[in-house]
Design a binder for this molecule. Sequence first.
Ligand code: IDP
Ligand code: MG
Length: 157
Amino acid sequence: MHSEQRTFIAVKPDGVRRGLVGEIISRFEKKGFKLIAIKMLDVSQEQAEAHYAEHKGKPFFPRLIEYIQSGPIVAMVWKGYDVIAGARQLMGSTNPLDAQVGTIRADLALVKEYNVVHGSDCVESAEREINIYFKPEELCDEYENMAETVIEQLDEE
Ligand code: IDP
Ligand code: MG
């Protein structure tokens, strides 16, 4: 049985300012993941601190909170087979210099402080982060996605 998951993905303020929203979305779409929610918003202080709670106390925390609030983000929920690991594979390592060529961060970013994209790192953080930014009724999971259909066929075999 395949593992259907949801993950929270965001184009960070630097990605929005640099006009990379379409490019980043395109990579997730082409992979075959299913977009089930999307909106542009200014992150509140409360949302920023909740989102990055695990980093509280680290030296870069204040700067990270400032960064995520430095302009609007494009917040999204993507669904699909092992989408949490799959999205992180597409994103590449936190530090663009460690990321593999071909990944979003290697191809589109220079430094870890401004790495253009966020993606949840496990099922628990995905559900927690989705709840910070979306209400359940904002998720549109009723439509059929082609890649999803293929996975369902595999499950039936
Ligand atoms: P991730 O985004 O790849 O999951 P995390 O370790 O969860 O990486 O860190 C969250 C974000 O905080 C990173 O994407 C990056 O923007 C920022 N960050 C992480 N480590 C550092 C650091 O050492 N200095 C400055 N910013 C950092
Ligand atoms: Mg993280």
